[in-house]
Design a protein around this ligand. Structure first.
Ligand code: G4P
Length: 197
């Protein structure tokens, strides 16, 4: 998605070879116009998948997921990372290990919002090793609903997550695919191909 790639080039900050900081429009301050375009793009990419609900994970997945939900006219459920004081109903829980943060979190969703005839689109802001997305797949599969697709805002293609999910048979669509982060520079997968031509 050109608009997103331009924004990453302009405002993203490659902290090192592994981490891209995008606090000014996605992870801390949020740009609603950009999120709206991102939501529209996901809606268009997954228009033929019969999506009935979107599942994401707090915190930074929520903004793009809600915009996608708005354009697809479906509800959005976000997995919670901490135990809620007000959710008393049956919860489904799985453990997710973050290589980036080197910590494990239990993530949960309430059973009552997903039924077995749902077709779920999973959305998240980043994919690195794929652990968060795999955790969301696990939660959805516990309900016997179908994961009909996975939409990622920024894929770090030099890390194995997206390929891992594709190898498992899931349709993964990432709006920006980063081939390389180095010396404060971001190189997208399509730029790398262009370099080789
Ligand atoms: P994985 O799920 O693909 O295996 O990724 P990982 O565990 O490594 O990522 C853990 C957290 O770090 C996730 O956010 C993920 O979105 C974020 N993350 C991973 N790589 C980057 C990166 O290069 N830049 C930024 N900005 N974030 C990255 P989280 O803990 O769920 O945080 P939040 O959603 O509450 O903001």
């Amino acid at each position: 998605m050109k608009l997103l790639e331009e924004r990453i080039k302009a405002d993203g900050n490659a902290l090192n070879e592994n981490v891209l900081k995008v606090d000014s429009f996605l992870n801390h301050q949020i740009d609603p116009q950009l999120m709206n375009e991102i939501g529209k793009e996901f809606a268009s990419l997954f228009a033929n998948e019969g999506i009935t609900k979107i599942v994401t994970i707090e915190t930074s997945g929520i903004a793009p997921a809600v915009m996608a939900g708005l354009h697809m006219n479906v509800p959005v459920i976000f997995a919670k990372k901490s135990k809620s004081l007000t959710l008393f109903e049956a919860m489904l829980t799985t453990r997710v290990y973050s290589f980036t943060k080197q910590e494990s979190n239990d993530i949960s969703i309430s059973k009552k919002y997903i039924s077995e005839d749902d077709r779920i689109l999973i959305i998240d802001d980043f994919i690195a090793n794929g652990e968060a997305a795999l955790g969301l797949v696990n939660l959805v599969e516990m309900t016997n609903a179908k994961v009909a697709g996975i939409g990622i805002v920024i894929e770090k293609s030099f890390q194995p997550g997206a390929q891992k999910l594709k190898d498992l048979g899931f349709r993964v669509e990432s709006l920006a695919r980063i081939a390389k982060l180095s010396n404060g520079e971001v190189t997208f997968v399509n730029e790398k191909v262009e370099e080789l031509v």
